[in-house]
Design a binder for this molecule. Structure first.
Ligand code: ATP
Ligand code: MG
Length: 366
């Protein structure tokens, strides 16, 4: 899958920007704050309809404007145009000329794997951050996943509300709680299955990839879930056991909303004991494993974005990473330091130079 063109209106620090990309490697250079990440962020938003930076969706709209539009041409088996329009807080997404009503139906169309310095928090951060990553990946993998997740969250809200009702009114029906719980577990098990398979699959690749980056063995990924290896009956029993405390707390204490995953290196948990370097390598290995998974399971090569990799890792590791990436993978690399790029990489890439929101192509002698 390749992005051939992008056209931006009022996106971050760009008024109007149109770029044509190389099907293989694209390098974006420029000083801090010039607008490099903004370009790759636009590609990400085109794919996932929202940014990986910030929590408010409207931060991507240029200051003092109220609408932003991102248009892109994607070539996979066929060529197709996509659009994401954010007008104040109303979002419209289009595939070709058609407005796609459900975001979950849109998101699986364009596949990107992104590495950014924000990801470095992944291992140390709260489980919520790690679940978010899984959700982003799986919703690109399957539009069913996001539907089930939305349904699960809806039912969980209902359940929490009903727990509060039960707390205030001891006579309210307990059977109704069982009905909601049963529904919750059905949706939860669907999500569990997707996540379990995803983590099992990633685990197949991640050890070898980690080894090819660092020459060290034994990075493993482990899924943690209340539902892990349990039957539906066992899960329902566990809910029953926690009913009373759930009612007291007004919250559902069990479920896939508490899922997490761990990285271990030679059996040692990276969260508690890993060095910063080990964590960075583990995260980049995870991203590259996702890439492999897309290729092998979906037959699709996602667009790979490596934002600011050079400031995060040493030269040897970066070379190992770049050697790992196949010529068929369209790759975007942003960096402040052109001198860190090898002449071979510069010659084989399309290089864009960004200065205060102006983007120019730089030519190198072949
Ligand atoms: N909504 C917005 N409207 C206008 N400008 C914005 C908006 N959001 C961010 N910017 C500007 O975009 C610039 C940052 O761009 P970006 O994050 O792409 O920089 P960068 O080149 O990746 O820098 P670094 O090397 O530090 O990562 C900043 O100058 C910031 O003020
Ligand atoms: Mg940046």
């Amino acid at each position: 899958m390749k992005i051939q063109k992008i056209k931006l209106l009022n996106f971050r620090n760009y008024d109007n920007l149109e770029l044509e990309f190389n099907p293989c490697k694209n390098i974006i250079i420029g000083r801090n704050g010039s607008g490099k990440t903004n370009i790759v962020e636009a590609i990400y938003v085109l794919a996932l309809t929202k940014s990986f930076r910030g929590t408010r969706e409207d931060v991507i709209i240029k200051h003092d404007k109220d609408i932003t539009r991102i248009e892109g041409e994607i070539k996979d088996k066929r060529k197709e145009s996509f659009k994401v329009i954010l007008d104040n807080n109303k979002k419209t997404v289009k595939k070709g000329k058609n407005v796609i009503k459900r975001i979950s139906d849109y998101i699986s169309n364009i596949n990107v794997v992104l590495f950014t310095s924000e990801d470095l928090k992944l291992i140390k951060d709260t489980p919520n951050t790690r679940r978010k990553l899984i959700n982003v990946e799986l919703s690109q993998f399957s539009n069913e996943y996001l539907k089930y997740l939305t349904l699960y969250n809806k039912v969980m809200k209902q359940r929490n509300m009903y727990l509060k009702t039960l707390y205030l009114n001891g006579n309210a029906s307990k059977e109704y709680l069982d009905i909601i719980t049963n529904q919750l577990v059905d949706y939860g098990l669907k999500i569990y299955e997707y996540r379990k398979e995803f983590i099992d699959d990633i685990s197949i690749y991640i050890t070898d990839i980690y080894k090819s980056i660092t020459n060290l063995d034994n990075l493993k990924l482990a899924y943690k879930s209340d539902y892990l290896n349990k039957t539906k009956e066992e899960i329902l029993k566990a809910y029953k056991r926690s009913n009373n405390s759930d009612i007291r707390n007004g919250q559902t204490s069990l479920g896939i909303h508490r899922d997490d995953f761990d990285f271990t290196l030679d059996g040692i948990n990276l969260k508690d004991f890993g060095s910063e370097g080990e964590q960075k390598n583990a995260i980049i290995a995870l991203k590259l494993a996702e890439l492999e998974l897309f290729k092998n399971k979906k037959g699709i090569i996602p667009i790979l974005i490596l934002d600011d990799l050079y400031s995060e890792l040493d030269k040897v590791k970066i070379n190992n990473i770049l050697n790992f990436i196949n010529e068929d993978t369209q790759t975007f690399i942003t960096t402040t330091e052109i001198t860190k790029l090898s002449p071979k990489l510069k010659r084989g890439s399309k290089v864009f130079k960004v200065k205060n929101g102006i983007v120019e192509e730089v030519k190198y002698e072949k």
